[in-house]
Write a protein that binds this ligand. Structure first.
Ligand code: ADP
Ligand code: MG
Length: 590
């Protein structure tokens, strides 16, 4: 962008300690807890507040699994019920200590959630929805029919509370405190390593994988946390009402939890509290309509539909989005030093050695016995007509596809069977032909994901170091001054640059670029060309796919040509471009 981006100014501002920045939150929470303990609510209000507080904690779970990680869970009422029954049966029938039962409720739901996740999260999408519904139904059936243990439809009565909070008012205060603590953790989850991984998985699973994130494990964590919060909330609910029965934890309740989450704003715990509060209060407000059958439900439904129609990200999402946009223009990003690329220099002369690589889709041999040897520190181009297997080759190299046969060695390590995030940890960085950015994040957050890869020796400990590295990479591609803007406000060409910055921030040993010039205008192409030169000047090895022969012949020392999945030429650039097979197969076809 502008020259000012490349000046080296004062070091980035260090953030104040967490505890100081968040003091207002804790003061607010303390006030609420005091109010809950001190105000004399009548029994009816008390029950509504107790319900809203415990339900909100269960809905926090959905804001983690669905809001942060993008995975559906239609069994939150089952986890909630699970927790309620553990505390209920534990304290009423087994006369166990309340705290022990509450911890047990959390542990059991965590394990149940993780197991359920492990068995289905690889399938994703519709399967996940179906399996969670089945789980929900099974839990309900067990509650109703395992009469010997659960008392069946009669439910569990005489559930006890801890000695400390025998009084309903003090128990409410305790639940509000729990809400504040859990809310705080969920609120800050997005800014942790795990939270960033979840958001990346939600936005773009493929890109998350090639940027070093273990997609499957991240989903399991999200699912486990969601279930745990359901169990905790259910345990608190059971203690609060002293009586639970199977109909309180049916599939319909899971849908209510989901609606609460979507209504308030699935991406934030604040949305969870708003949505839960509203869905508990609206029926109370509309109570006067109950004399007309049907009218109440119709108005209730209409209300929910209107909010979701006009605020697709929920009530809080609507507010937060405006805030993010406003902040992008007011909060100046920190200044950055020059980006250092320190590609590994150990190992042999060959960074990437591909032998006999094949990828077949049924009968189609998209890649067929290809050999490629990429020399350290050079630019190696992979060219060929459309459909010749270039992108497929890159996808097999980065682990998005399993090789049908062949061997891939990166810097002496055999990566042939590794998952994408493991290859990234081993030193592979890449961009996509059709840009894959994390669209709900800012440019800076996108690049931070790249910087966070395991084994990145260029990033020190802590979030400040991460931000610094990401700012350096963004500044390197000329977009440092727009770091806090959302992806949607960047032009196509700039989005490409952000994707390159994301890969560079990870300090890869080998950078794979799939048609970086595609879709760029001629000015942008020149800028890209200049950027590639600056990258290569730092000694980073690049394997690039491109159609622009000028770019290829100027930038690359070595060219491999594919046609119909086979390698038809390979060698020093000028010689390859004059090769008769290449001229006829590639250039001749245009
Ligand atoms: P290039 O990048 O060289 O233009 P591709 O690698 O994208 O070519 O595609 C090579 C061939 O493999 C094409 O015939 C394409 O249709 C086919 N192909 C690519 N991906 C898949 C897939 N996931 N399933 C089936 N066929 C595919
Ligand atoms: Mg392609």
């Amino acid at each position: 962008m502008s020259a000012s981006d490349n000046m080296i100014p004062a070091p980035a501002v260090r953030s104040r300690p967490l505890i100081v920045r968040h003091l207002p939150y804790f003061i607010g929470a303390a006030v609420l807890v005091t109010l809950a303990a001190g105000m004399r609510f009548d029994g009816y209000i008390l029950n509504i507040l107790l319900q809203a507080t415990t339900f909100s904690i269960a809905v926090f779970g959905l804001s983690v699994v669905l809001g942060l990680c993008g995975q559906i869970n239609l069994a939150q009422a089952a986890f909630f019920g699970f927790g309620a029954y553990v505390v209920g049966l534990g304290t009423a029938d087994l006369h166990l200590n309340f705290w022990l039962c509450l911890v047990g409720a959390c542990a059991i739901t965590l394990v149940a959630g993780a197991f359920l996740g492990m068995s289905t999260l690889r399938l994703g999408g519709h399967y996940l929805a179906m399996v969670t519904i089945s789980f929900q139904q099974i839990v309900t059936l067990v509650m109703i029919n395992a009469i010997g243990i659960t008392h069946g439809p009669d439910g569990v009565a005489n559930i006890r509370r801890p000695e400390l909070f025998q009084n309903s008012q003090s128990y409410l205060a305790f639940c509000v405190a729990m809400l504040a603590i859990v809310g705080y953790l969920v609120w800050h989850l997005p800014d942790t390593k795990l939270g960033r991984a979840m958001r990346a998985v939600r936005d773009n699973e493929l890109a998350a994988g090639v940027n070093g994130i273990d997609v499957f494990r991240t989903k399991i964590y999200a699912f486990g946390i969601c279930a745990l919060l359901g169990g905790l909330a259910g345990g608190l609910f059971a203690g609060g009402f002293a009586y639970v029965s199977p109909d309180q934890f049916s599939f319909a309740e899971s849908i209510v939890f989901l609606t609460m989450s979507l209504l308030g704003g699935v991406a934030s715990p604040i949305g969870s509290v708003i949505g839960t509060g509203l869905l508990i209060l609206i029926p109370e407000w509309l109570r006067f309509l109950k004399s007309v059958p049907g009218l109440y439900l119709a108005i209730y439904g209409l209300f929910v539909i209107l909010i979701i129609r006009f605020m697709p990200d929920g009530i809080w999402g609507f507010v937060a989005d405006a805030f993010t946009r406003w902040r992008a223009h007011t909060k100046a990003p920190p200044a950055a030093a020059a980006l250092q690329l320190k590609p590994a220099t150990t190992g042999g002369d060959i960074v990437l050695e591909v032998t006999g690589l094949s990828k077949h889709f049924g009968g189609l041999k998209a890649v067929d016995g290809v050999d490629i040897a990429v020399k350290r520190g050079g630019v190696h181009a992979l060219i060929g007509p459309n459909g010749s297997g270039k992108t497929t080759t890159l996808n097999v190299l980065s682990g998005l596809y399993k090789a049908t046969s062949g061997r891939i060695v990166l810097d002496g390590t055999d990566i042939t069977t590794m998952a994408p995030h493991q290859r990234t940890a081993a030193g592979l960085g890449r961009t996509f032909q059709n840009i894959r950015l994390f669209r709900s994040m800012t440019a800076l957050e996108n690049v931070e994901i790249g910087a966070e890869r395991r084994g990145n020796t260029m990033v020190g400990k802590g979030d400040d170091a991460l931000t610094e590295r990401a700012m350096e990479a963004l500044t390197f591609v000329g977009l440092g001054s727009r770091a806090n803007e959302l992806i949607s406000s960047f032009s196509y060409g700039h989005q490409r640059l952000i994707e390159i910055a994301r890969a560079l921030a990870s300090n890869p040993t080998l950078l794979l670029l799939d048609e970086p010039a595609a879709g760029l205008n001629s000015t942008e192409k020149l800028e890209l060309h200049e950027l590639l030169k600056r990258i290569a000047a730092q000694g980073l090895t690049i394997l690039i796919i491109d159609h622009d022969m000028t770019l290829v012949s100027e930038a690359a020392q070595h060219i491999t040509v594919l046609n119909f999945g086979r390698r038809i030429a390979d060698g020093e650039s000028m010689a390859v471009l004059r090769h008769p097979d290449v001229v006829s197969a590639y250039l001749g076809s245009e």
